[in-house]
Each structure stands twice: as structure tokens, then as C-alpha cells.
Design a protein around this ligand. Sequence first.
Ligand SMILES: *[C@@H]1O[C@H](CO)[C@@H](O)[C@H](O)[C@H]1NC(C)=O
Ligand SMILES: *[C@@H]1O[C@H](CO)[C@@H](O)[C@H](O)[C@H]1NC(C)=O
Ligand SMILES: *[C@@H]1O[C@H](CO)[C@@H](O)[C@H](O)[C@H]1NC(C)=O
Length: 310
Amino acid sequence: MARPSSHVNNSFFAAIFAVCLSSFLPVGHAQSISTNTPVPPLQWLNLTNLLHGSGPPPLKDASIGYDPDSRSLLIFGGESQGGFPQSQTYLLNLNTLIWSTPTPPDGLTNTPPPRSAAIGGSDFAASYRHGHVVIGGKDANGQPLSDVWEFDYVNHFWTQVGIPPGGPSRWSASGGIDVTVAFDPTGLPTPNNTFYLAGGVGTKGPAVVSDTWVMKITGTLSSNLANDVSASWTHQPIGSYPAVAGDGGTVIGQQVVAIGGCENTTSVTASCAQQGSWVFNFGRGSSIAPGPCAAPRIGPAVVANMNGRR
Ligand SMILES: *[C@@H]1O[C@H](CO)[C@@H](O)[C@H](O)[C@H]1NC(C)=O
Ligand SMILES: *[C@@H]1O[C@H](CO)[C@@H](O)[C@H](O)[C@H]1NC(C)=O
Ligand SMILES: *[C@@H]1O[C@H](CO)[C@@H](O)[C@H](O)[C@H]1NC(C)=O
């Protein structure tokens, strides 16, 4: 899932932008959507006055998840107004419109350390896992993290995912998972899901956006088997593109789309925003940098336009 934008206008334009860009993406068997694809009707509903309970304070670059079974929106971490990374988890039940914080089972109260600008997304694998995964991010010292955590939507606890060292340490990467892609039933010990990562800021500053990685996750997420989720990374660099920070992205099938950001700097401001966009196709090991589509921007919320799907 893409990092959030709390700015209505940014998200709105980013959605239009994604529609524009998605016309470059091969869908299914190399058929491209018409470049004249009309923007679907989009409407923002302001729920603020209808919400109850204690919601999150203002946060930047939190991790956002959604569980369609319980109709729960999840918000984890993010940077406070004072610039400090947080580690709180909030759930908004979209049936009742009530905010809550999770009450984990006894003994399962570990939470991920504070962070912002992580990537992640849903890990739904039959009855084996029903959770939200958080990958890396930026810690309280501004350093990139490499740990991986998963929140169980069923029993409301976090578990640290076991992962061998050597994977990427990044914040502000693009990537995540397309939940419409079926899990791999041949995974062992249980079905696998696949997450993708492109670029981001590492210990030596922004990595090239074409520094691309694949993470496979497996195991069982349940309160009686609380430490059973594991994952591993494969480094699969695709193409040769600039080092950027502050780009926004999404995952469509086996492709990561990254847009905008600033080149060669972690001081991401509107004045260095650029217009680049990149599409990494992990299935084919190929990449493209489509021509400029929308105006330069930093931190766009990028959303796939599923109207072009079969
Ligand atoms: C949404 O509603 C709240 C409460 O009335 C208001 O403060 C806020 O400005 C509204 N947001 C937008 C984008 O209109
Ligand atoms: C499933 O994920 C595990 C953990 O990352 C990995 O060891 C295994 O090779 C994966 N299996 C498949 C079929 O991709
Ligand atoms: C970023 O750095 C690369 C490698 O040093 C250089 O080729 C490129 O021109 C730089 N881009 C900008 C916008 O400064």
C-alpha cells in the first residue's frame, strides 16, 4: 500500500495521475488501456464529524492498511507534528465509524519500534495469515530500518517477521503488494505472498529507484503460534534510473510504479520535485520510464485504476 497523503488535493490529483500513467502498463497479455481512458467519477466524503472514539493525531507518512473482512482501516506509526516517529496502531471500523487502539492477547504486546515512511500492505493467505505487513521505514534517528512486522487483523497483535540479514534498509521506498494477486499455494511451510520494493533512502542516502527487491512471506499468523511468520529477500535490480527520495508509488500485479520525488537528495521539498515516473515489471525483468504525465510533485499518493482490469 502506498504511503498516505493527508492532503485531499494531492490524493485527488494523484488518482488522476495514476489513471494517466496506467495507460502505459501492460495488463494481462500485453494489451494496453486506451490513453483516452476517462477518469472514473471520484468523490471525497468528509467523515470527520461522523467519527467517534480517539483517532490518531496529525501524522505524516504513516503506514495504512485495510481489512475488508472487518471493514477496518489500520494506521500505524508515522511522524508527529513535532517530527518524531510514532509506534501507535489505530483501527477505524468503517461499519461503526469508531476509532480504537488494539487490545492484544496476553503476552503478545510487542509492537514495531517507532517509524515513518515504511512500505507494506495486506498479507492475506487463506486461513494462514490475515494481516498488515510493515517493511522498514525511518527510525527516531533518521536512519533506515530493515525489520519487518505483521499485524494480525483477527487477534490484534503484532509479530516480528523472521528475515535473514542482507535485505534492504530503506525509508521512502516505493512498493508493497497488489492484493488482487492470488497467494502462491506452493509456498512452504504455508502459502506465500510477494511484496516488492523499489529504491528508497538507505544508509548512504537515496538509492537508485531501479534498486529493486522481492520479498516472499510465509508461515502462520495466529495467537497460538505467535512467532511463525518468516520472509526472505531477493535482489532483482531492473534497469538504471536515478536516485530519488520522496517519490510515491503503488504495485499493480508484479509491477511497481514510482512517480516524482527529488533526485540525489533527502531534503525533499517542492522546489526539487521532478516529473519522472518509472515502471518495474518483476515478472519480465523489464522497466520503462514513461514520458512526463502530470506536473512535478513529491510524496504523491498513487492508486491503481482497476477499471482497466478484466
Ligand atoms: C472535514 O470536516 C471537518 C469538520 O467539519 C473540517 O474541519 C474539515 O476542514 C473538513 N475537511 C475538508 C477537506 O473539507
Ligand atoms: C516462500 O517464502 C519463503 C520465505 O521467504 C521462501 O523461503 C520460499 O522459497 C518461498 N517459496 C516459493 C515457492 O516462492
Ligand atoms: C544525480 O547524481 C547522478 C550521479 O552522480 C548524476 O548523473 C545526475 O545528474 C544527478 N542529478 C541531479 C538532478 O543532480
